[in-house]
Ligand binder design. Structure first.
Ligand SMILES: NC(=O)c1ccc[n+]([C@@H]2O[C@H](COP(=O)([O-])OP(=O)(O)OC[C@H]3O[C@@H](n4cnc5c(N)ncnc54)[C@H](OP(=O)(O)O)[C@@H]3O)[C@@H](O)[C@H]2O)c1
Length: 329
């Protein structure tokens, strides 16, 4: 079977390759085997290949934080899924044609769900959902501000915020995205820049914004921090610039703004397995219904992983780059 291997850490499309490896074999009683039908290339996967992600396993290593699979065999004690069912995998190393995992790591998805969208259920939808729920007790009508608003997380957050009766200020770096994000439910779309706080105040009628989420880092963090109200919270959850967050100390000393961080695994770990399954059941149902989705730019076969990685690293994409290891999408 085919699997992506990273032989050394470096430029993703130079260090990753599609290799022929032995099959995973039959599952033990508490395991199951699934065919990987599709996986996305997320920013964190690119950092994994570069060796700048928090996980840096011994090499060769297989990247891949998420995928959708179809169960082909299940051990005797695995009862919640059967062969033929669609699953997402709570474990990594998913850039491969076939995976064998513990039954408890496989979460079922509804039959008939769009496979492209199913491949992206594991990470970004719960990230958007939990950032809205776990930091500030927001009331209907309140505003939330975010940057990278046209990212998959950003688009999901717009929809999930709307469902809760929240309003969103969406900061992007390309003005042409305004119509698209407005159609999704964005209340305001602004291009990042030095006078951001003034423009946000004008767009929201000087609303007291108690939650900001940001994934650019560097000076963009400072611009977001300046948009939230005194005692507000800014959640840093990624760094598309590769820079650490920077923000003027007066925001913290005089205004009491809190700068904190989010990592999905940390926030899922605070929940029971039942609660985690309930989150994915909710999100899976919403993805199947088409309420939640993320645009897809292109789909590549696993043999073309290098080209797929090069494309995923380019700015200005029209959505995610997906890989179809078994030709299912
Ligand atoms: N902490 C967590 O648990 C967690 C979980 C999920 C995701 N994340 C993070 O969330 C962020 C978004 O992920 P995603 O999968 O939703 O991303 P995505 O769909 O791949 O989109 C990437 C976004 O980043 C923007 N971007 C790229 N380089 C940039 C730069 N130098 N400055 C400003 N914006 C830049 C792109 O803008 P253009 O379209 O204009 O190119 C696009 O909006 C990433 O940082 C990711 O690591 C974190």
């Amino acid at each position: 079977m085919k699997q992506v291997l990273v032989d050394r850490y470096g430029t993703p499309w130079e260090v990753a390759r599609c290799a022929e490896v032995p099959d995973v074999g039959a599952p033990a009683a508490d395991e199951l085997v699934f065919d990987v039908l599709a996986f996305p290339i997320n920013p964190a996967d690119l950092w994994f290949c570069r060796g700048s992600y928090r996980l840096k396993p011994p090499l060769p290593a297989t990247p891949g934080a998420e995928c959708v699979g179809r169960v082909v065999a299940a051990g005797a004690s695995v009862t919640h899924v059967r062969p033929g069912d669609l699953v997402i995998n709570l474990q990594r190393e998913n850039w491969t044609q076939r995976r064998k995992v513990k039954g408890d790591d496989a979460i079922p998805l509804p039959a008939g769900i769009d496979l492209r969208q199913a491949a992206m259920v594991r990470i970004n939808p719960p990230t958007a959902m939990l950032m809205l729920s776990d930091f500030v007790d927001l009331q209907r009508g309140e505003w939330v501000i975010q940057n990278v608003a046209n990212s998959a997380v950003g688009r999901l957050l717009i929809v999930l915020a709307k469902q809760r009766g929240l309003r969103t200020v969406n900061v992007v770096r390309r003005p042409e995205l305004a119509a698209e994000l407005t159609a999704l439910g964005a209340d305001s779309v602004l291009v990042d820049g030095d006078d951001l706080a003034d423009r946000v105040a004008a767009a929201t009628g000087k609303a007291e914004i108690r939650l900001g989420v940001e994934a650019v880092g560097g000076a963009a963090t400072a611009r977001l921090v300046e948009c939230v109200a005194n005692d507000g919270t800014v959640v840093h959850y990624g760094s598309m610039s590769g820079e650490d967050p920077v923000a003027g100390r007066s925001n913290f000393i005089y205004r009491g703004v809190k700068l904190t961080g989010f990592m999905l695994g940390r926030f899922l770990a605070r929940r029971t397995p039942e609660q985690v399954r309930a989150i994915y059941a909710d999100l899976g149902a919403q993805v199947k219904a088409g309420t939640l989705s993320a645009p897809v730019d292109s789909v590549y076969p696993i043999d073309d992983i290098r080209e797929a990685l090069r494309h995923a690293d380019r700015g200005g994409r029209h959505g995610k780059i997906l890989v179809s290891p078994n030709g299912a999408i």
